[in-house]
Design a protein around this ligand. Sequence first.
Ligand code: TPP
Length: 372
Amino acid sequence: MINTEEFFSYLKKRGLEFFVGVPDSLLKNICACIKMNSTESNNIIAANEGNAIGIASGYHISTGKFGVVYMQNSGQGNAVNPLLSLADEDVYRIPMLLLIGWRGEPGVKDEPQHVKQGKVTLSLFETMGIDYLILEDDYKSQIDYCYNYMSQNSKPIALIIRKGSFSEYKTPKPESKYEMLREEALECIISNVDKDSFIVSTTGKTSREIFEIRERRNEGHEHDFLTVGSMGHTASIALGMSLGTDKDVFCIDGDGSFIMHMGGMGVAAKHAGKNFKYILINNGAHESVGGQPTVGFDIDIKNILLSCGFKKVYTAATKSQVEDGLNHLKNEQLSAMIIYVKQGSRDNLGRPTITPEQNKINMMRVFGSATV
Ligand SMILES: Cc1ncc(C[n+]2csc(CCOP(=O)(O)OP(=O)(O)O)c2C)c(N)n1
């Protein structure tokens, strides 16, 4: 196991002192160490992994230095376009060090959404012509190698990081002015939406908590689309779903997810019928993967939604405010709600025990759209 602080210090020693990326649970300790030892201007938490490649590229152009870009391998997809059409040797040829958390490594048990991505992570880099090393205990010589490679070739290079590679890095518990936990807000939503409504919930603990709430209440899961992967696309899935039914479709998004592909909200609002209901649970953080901050508390999400076309946006920070907001959402067209919560979740939070495909089939049976 690699000592997280020593790894970070060695990067800095080699002049690798500008960090940008999207956090990942597998990289939780190194992300926490970077955050605790950096300022906001040399550790930027990007909206999505493609943006991170863009930021590292601009940084290189103005400084001549190499940015360090961290991401979960799920973010490889978001990064492909700027890696191939910006940083690539056939285009601008921009060096940067990619730190990639390898979820779904073949042979290592992981959740369904990581299995395919884990299988293709290395071959995708090979196809893109990006060289990589798998991080080992002798990380200093690997960092030296990457540094020299970037200097000589002026190209991106990746360090692929296996689960459990870094030692624990403890961070102080986050403080919040909000009272409610996300799970409490979700329980309140589920108790107050009509039984025949549908829910499309975002990636991470939101969907895991919804699954467990349904289990506790002895309810089925066939009205809930638990988006396990494809972070940032929840509102788009909900929009598409709402177009095929008269029943209400409640999108339950997270701030990190909303910010990742924010442009989709304008399109969703433009095409939403009266049954598209948008709820954003804002804890100002990527709570599911270690609590790295988002800009969720820095930007005016209410006005963003209003300018996207929502007619009214309610805010809630208590259960009774959530109930009031839901009454409005149920009765009004193009109303949305932002629920402010504190960070935190149960240590014993489980994961859906039905497969994603079964989740889809069960829902399609309710819609009457199943072909199998
Ligand atoms: C493309 C992509 N990048 C990163 C991740 C890792 N990831 C899973 S959940 C999550 C955080 C989601 O944050 P938010 O939407 O604010 O919800 P919260 O966890 O705070 O409830 C991240 C970064 C991912 N699944 N996919």
